[in-house]
Each structure stands twice: as structure tokens, then as C-alpha cells.
Design a protein around this ligand. Structure first.
Ligand code: 13P
Length: 290
């Protein structure tokens, strides 16, 4: 493809055609390479994403450079997204560094304040050709420093979703619909009727947060209802770390990252491929280039 692209068009196409695009939270170069290899082999569009914690850990310039290199070497469309950002200055810094999509998470504020924060971000992002995602309601669980107790999680209200997109002009919306970040204790309690109601009012790509551990059939239902982006973080991190733990358990003296990273990379790649098949984005890359 050559360069990183905004995720707006690819997500609109996914919603229009009834499939989803996987967005993977990556924390190391190997994780990034693994999901890019998965997308390239399956001819799938890809959203690379990093949390604020990872931006602080690696620095936005290193992340952008690695993602741009991936986009240059691969022939599938790739976007680079900043996940759950509550800090306007950091968000602008990431846009300046080359991120092509950002999430402003002001879901902890009352509706009007969420609108005001999101509107500010839409203004700068639109001028830079960058996609914006905003959250309504409150997704439960833990993502980086954002901790939402089960009792504080709130489903998005359909009429508010409509009003929110009218007032802010956000191109993508993440409504809380019962999923949570992290691994579920039991089955997630997804409000499918709520998704359908929101999707009937808001003709935008909707974003499914908390993609780890949702049973396959439930993911397919969410996607069919209009959730065009699925975020996966925890499962990927576990696959990567478990593979490294297995190496050290079998061989405590191993000290070559070029060896112990190999199964970790493979584990991430296999899992990414599985999720891509699940949301239906396999084989969709080339048509997005037209
Ligand atoms: P999981 O950690 O549950 O996969 O959630 C990822 C996510 O929604 C990131 O925003």
C-alpha cells in the first residue's frame, strides 16, 4: 500500500458490507510484525492500535516509524490508531507524529462534556485527515489506567448516540453494549437489542470494545448488527506472554530474544488470523484499494 491510511473509509466499507475489521493492541515490535504478517497472508485490512501506556512506554515516533514501515512493506491497507485517550495534548502529539486514527475517551464525563471534548478532537483530526472514535455509555473492565468497576459500567442510550454524532460529527462510535475489557468471568452479557437500536439510528461504523473472550457466535451477531471494528488486546497479550513463559519453563537458561520471541510471535499471528476469520475481513484488502 505504501503508507498508513485513515481508518474512516475502511470502517465505513466494512459496515456497508456487513463485516468487521480487527484492531489489535500491540506493545512490541514483534507483536506489530505478527499481526501485520497475519493480515498480509490473509489479505485483510488492518488496524494497529496502541494504548496511551504503550505510547508512553515506547514513544509515538518509534511506534509510527514501525507502523509506517509495515505499511510500506505490506500490500494491505493499514491504519494506526490511538486507543482510549483522555489527554488532548497527547492525542495531538500522536496525530503530529503520524497516527491516522484516534479515540477520545471522555465517557467518564456527563453527555455535554463528552460532546465538547470530542468536538475539539474532531476539529483537529478532520483537518489532518485522521479518523476519530468516541465512546458513549461506559465500557467496564480494565484498559491501561482506565478502570471501570462492573457497577459503574453503563450501556449507551440510542437517542444519545444519535444526538452525539449529530453534535460532534465523529466518524466512528463506540457505544457500550455490555462487553468489558479483560477476560470475562462468565459469559459477556451483550445487549443485542441495544446494538440493533443504535445501528438503526446511527449509520456509522460502530466499535466493539472488549473483544477478548467473546464467544464466536456472539462476535458474529455483533458484526452482523453493525459493529465494524473489533478491538482485541488482552487475549493477544496473554498469547504472547504465555509463549515466552513456556520457553523459559522448558529452558530457564535461554537468553536469546531472537529465539524466545519466535513462538511468541507465532502465537500472536495465529490468534490474529483466527480473529480476522471471525469478523469476516479476510480477503477484503484489495477491494479497499480501488
Ligand atoms: P480486550 O482487552 O478485552 O480485548 O479489549 C480490548 C479493547 O477494547 C481495547 O480498547
Amino acid at each position: 500500500m505504501g503508507h498508513l491510511i485513515s481508518s474512516t473509509t475502511m470502517l465505513q466499507e466494512a459496515r456497508r458490507n456487513g463485516y468487521g475489521i480487527t484492531a489489535f493492541n500491540v506493545h512490541t515490535l514483534e507483536m506489530l510484525q505478527a499481526v501485520v504478517e497475519a493480515a498480509t497472508e490473509l489479505d485483510a485490512p488492518l488496524i494497529l492500535q496502541t494504548t496511551v501506556g504503550t505510547v508512553k512506554h515506547l514513544g509515538p515516533e518509534y511506534i509510527v516509524a514501525a507502523a509506517q514501515t509495515a505499511a510500506k512493506l505490506s500490500n494491505v491497507p493499514i491504519a494506526l490508531h490511538l486507543d482510549h485517550c483522555t489527554d488532548y495534548d497527547l492525542l495531538v502529539k500522536c496525530i503530529r507524529a503520524g497516527y491516522t486514527s484516534v479515540m477520545i475517551d471522555a465517557s467518564m464525563f456527563p453527555f455535554d462534556e463528552n460532546v465538547a471534548c470530542s468536538l475539539e478532537v474532531v476539529k483537529v483530526a478532520k483537518a489532518a485527515g485522521v479518523n476519530v472514535e468516541a465512546e458513549l455509555g461506559k465500557v467496564g473492565g480494565v484498559e491501561d489506567d482506565i478502570v471501570v468497576e462492573e457497577a459503574d459500567a453503563r450501556l449507551a442510550i440510542p437517542e444519545e448516540c444519535l444526538r452525539f454524532v449529530e453534535l460532534t460529527g465523529v466518524p466512528t462510535l463506540a457505544p457500550a453494549i455490555g462487553t468489558a475489557h479483560g477476560i470475562y468471568k462468565g459469559e459477556p452479557n451483550i445487549a443485542f437489542d441495544r446494538i440493533a437500536e443504535i445501528a438503526s439510528l446511527v449509520d456509522l461504523p460502530l466499535v466493539l470494545h472488549g473483544g477478548s473472550g467473546i464467544p464466536a457466535e456472539q462476535v458474529r451477531r455483533c458484526v452482523a448488527l453493525g459493529m465494524a471494528k473489533m478491538n482485541v488486546a488482552t487475549e493477544l497479550r496473554i498469547a504472547f506472554s504465555d509463549a515466552i513463559k513456556n520457553v523459559f519453563n522448558a529452558n530457564p537458561d535461554e537468553n536469546d530474544p531472537r529465539k524466545y520471541m519466535v513462538p511468541a510471535k507465532q502465537a500472536v499471528k495465529s490468534l490474529a488470523m483466527e480473529k480476522m476469520h471471525l469478523v469476516g475481513c479476510v480477503g477484503r484488502a484489495q477491494e479497499l484499494k480501488l
